[in-house]
Ligand binder design. Structure first.
Ligand code: SF4
Length: 509
């Protein structure tokens, strides 16, 4: 039998010339794209973040390359970056064999990049646009809720604060009524306090007044005395705490105590399938040709409320609004339609019932819905299915959760008594009343016209193939499911690094 032959193997083999890492990096490797792009862009703003004097710092250009490349290869933790810089030949090359530790890397990410990263990202997108890889005029917008680095069991709920305040109000009122009842014989009893608005001062004042009223009374129960002492000791502090918590909520209904900027949201990726809400951020992106053109972080669950701020950001970054915006039905609101029209943006945005309105089965199921009734604009009246005119009876204004004012008009049928269609037409007791928003109806009409045009059909087909794969790629292919940093500003930096890494990965592909 022939003896096996092995290649010569020696770990002590010396190099004839000192090795050059550059030679070991493949010419078309993505690390070269990161290196070239960071070398191309203007980093003056980032350099300005460093104060003069003191000990020397690692070069921001090197740290930025390391940071972006780490995100590109799915390394998101600063400790793992520190380890990789010592092991990964590409990071060794980028860092020039320097070895910043995780403190330095983390400080760079969360402090130095604050307020600077967006400008860096914008430069990169402009470079891509100059190379014809991406267009800033035509964008596809979508959002994804991404888990925050926060404890899901330490929460504050706006509704819980409201009900605790109501409970205090009610108990205080009961104590006050009790005191009046016990001291009914007394003259010169103080005026009852106004419990509409309650705060620590009012509680202290009211408890003191109740104690004064009951001071010389014989038959005051022990429980009432205990309750008054409890109220005096605990309620003012609780109300002071609620004030601080309400200031933190600012328009939200919840936050996590370990990251007060994170809001509890229902996640799409619900692996336990128990519908549990988790502290998260709403990451909005706009894409073109599957590149990320812009990103923004929001604390609200509804995508509708994010569009304006997101597009204002686009204008701020690139000097003009995009000409075309394509988004799904989650963005189709009167406020957004009006905003796009005012800013001359050609919006291809569905509204909630767009698809159902084109579904014959659904239409046949609801033949008498208000949007099927004929409206006579000159006479300002609708005609019900039996041909009766429905007269304008009232116009009111309502404010949405985002502060937008809507005008709603009510129309009422003259007489539904004895109508053969009653029961299928409507189920209310009196004559049928419908409430319509004329402005929204007009915006929807324009949206349908646009979305069903040749261009509209193209954009509707293109949207799920442009923006949605970006999230799929980041979350599923590259395993980014939870932010590492805390606070909206720092989370925004992470979103920027993810976006930069995504764009450079795509450019290198
Ligand atoms: S029920 Fe009233 S609103 Fe409906 S068709 Fe009859 S008359 Fe008209």
């Amino acid at each position: 039998m022939a003896k096996p032959v092995f290649k010569a193997y020696s770990q002590q083999q010396a190099f004839l010339l000192p090795p050059n890492l550059e030679e070991l990096i493949a010419a078309n490797h993505p690390v070269r794209v990161v290196n070239d792009i960071v070398n191309t862009i203007d980093l003056r703003l980032l350099v300005d973040e460093y104060k003069g004097g003191g000990t020397s710092s690692y070069h921001p250009s090197m740290l930025l390359k390391v940071m972006v490349y780490s995100y590109l290869v799915n390394i998101y933790s600063s400790r793992k970056m520190e380890a990789a810089i010592r092991e990964n030949i590409h990071l060794m090359w980028l860092s020039g064999m320097q070895k910043p530790d995780h403190h330095t890397l983390n400080r760079f990410r969360s402090e130095r990049l604050k307020g600077v990263l967006k400008q860096i990202f914008v430069q990169v997108v402009q470079l891509l646009a100059a190379q014809g890889l991406v267009s800033l005029k035509e964008i596809y917008v979508d959002g994804t809720k991404t888990e925050a680095n926060a404890n899901k069991y330490t929460f504050v709920w706006g509704n819980a604060i409201k009900s605790s305040k109501e409970k205090i109000k009610k108990q205080l009122d009961e104590l006050w009524q009790y005191a009046l009842q016990v001291a009914a014989e007394e003259r010169d009893l103080p005026e009852p306090p106004d419990f509409d608005k309650i705060d620590a001062e009012k509680v202290k004042e009211t408890v003191a007044q109740i104690k004064t009223i009951l001071k010389d009374q014989q038959q005051v129960s022990k429980q009432v005395k205990q309750k008054l002492n409890y109220a005096e000791k605990n309620w003012p502090a609780a109300l002071d705490k609620y004030v601080v918590q309400e200031q933190t909520l600012v328009g939200r209904n919840s936050y996590s105590k370990t990251d007060t900027d994170a809001t509890f949201m229902r996640m799409k990726e619900d692996h336990m399938k128990n519908g549990q809400l988790k502290p998260a951020y709403n990451l909005q992106i706009s894409s073109n040709n599957q590149y990320i053109v812009d990103y923004s972080i929001h604390q609200t669950t509804a995508d509708t409320a994010t569009l304006q701020a997101h597009l204002d950001g686009h204008k701020q970054n690139y000097g003009a609004y995009p000409q075309v915006v394509v988004a799904d039905a989650g963005y189709g609101s009167e406020q957004n339609y009006q905003y796009m029209e005012t800013n001359h943006i050609e919006g291809y945005v569905k509204y909630n019932y767009f698809d159902k309105d084109r579904n014959r089965k659904f239409l046949n199921k609801h033949p008498f819905s208000s949007d099927k009734l004929y409206y006579n604009k000159e006479k300002d009246c609708y005609y019900c299915p039996m041909g009766q005119p429905m007269q304008n009876m009232d116009t009111s204004t309502q404010t949405t959760a985002t502060g937008f004012k809507q005008t709603l008009t009510k129309y009422r049928a003259v007489n539904c008594e004895g109508c053969p269609l009653r029961g299928v037409c409507h189920k209310s007791k009196g004559n049928r009343v419908i409430e319509v928003n004329h402005s929204l109806i007009e915006y929807k009409r324009k949206a349908v016209e646009r979305l069903t045009s040749e261009k509209g059909i193209y954009y509707r087909k293109r949207r799920p193939a442009d923006v949605e794969p970006v999230f799929g790629n980041i979350k599923h292919n590259h395993g980014f499911r939870r932010f590492m940093l805390r606070g909206k500003e720092k989370v925004s930096i992470e979103a920027g690094l993810l976006a930069l890494a995504h764009n450079l990965r795509k450019k290198a592909a």
